[in-house]
Design a protein. Sequence first.
Length: 304
Amino acid sequence: MATLKKTKLVVILGPTASGKTKLAAALARRFRGEIISADSRQVFRGLDIGTGKDLKDYGRVPYHLIDVASPKTPFNVAKYQKLAQRAIEDVWRRGRLPLLVGGTGLYLDAVAKGFIFPPIVKSQAARDKIRAKLDKLALPRLLAELKKIDPPAYTKIDKKNRRRVQRALEIFYETGLTKSQAECCSPPAYEILTLGVKFPVAELYRRIDGRLSARLKEGLIEEVRRLHQSGASWKKLEELGLEYRFVARYLRGLITREELIEQLRQAIHHFAKRQLTWFKRDQSIHWIKDKQQAAKIIEKFIQK
């Protein structure tokens, strides 16, 4: 490791419930690695059960970018990128192998492809005014505006995630650049190996359903209740998506427990499909079957 000159980075990605964290931890133990999490919700403290942090899976493997922000404060991909780049270089300088692990495609690409994010050129007051104006618009109206302003971003964005749709519009109104124009790339000076984990869709759905049942038993509803009681607004919980969105609706009496389980199950299924669609665009991914295959590929990568 210490004799290698150029920073080498192993990316391990996959949809939710694919077991990528356990795999990454096993590979990190074998190759003296450390894990840099690429999960847009695991950065927040207190979001433990719903995001599946499963810290016990790491064992003694060092990890980074988990529990680094409060759910009551803003956190975005540009902040994540800076922290991840810093962590990767730190791990490498200490003679260990950095493994970037997660399922948030935008966060993974921000690091591996080197997105360049636009500077904020307007004052805080002006930005607050823009946000307040957009806050009043319904999601369909925001989507229509994004489609008109930035068709490429509209095609790729999660159309059920209001926060991301609105942020794409805020970028345009704050900088004069569309999200697609702003996110040009400056590939980092890393050698990158990308491994992907996936299952047949029917099996993936079974894994998702089993994990959801387990999380409910572990106290998912109580976790969301505590977050709200500690100051996370219902709006913020909605923005955090999936488990937090639907449990928040249940706690507000908007849906029954049965509706919570069924609606959340379907939403996670759709989320996994969107993740796979995102990953399909990347032809550099080596889709692996098991730990042994992954280890052989990594061995060749670090020796070349």
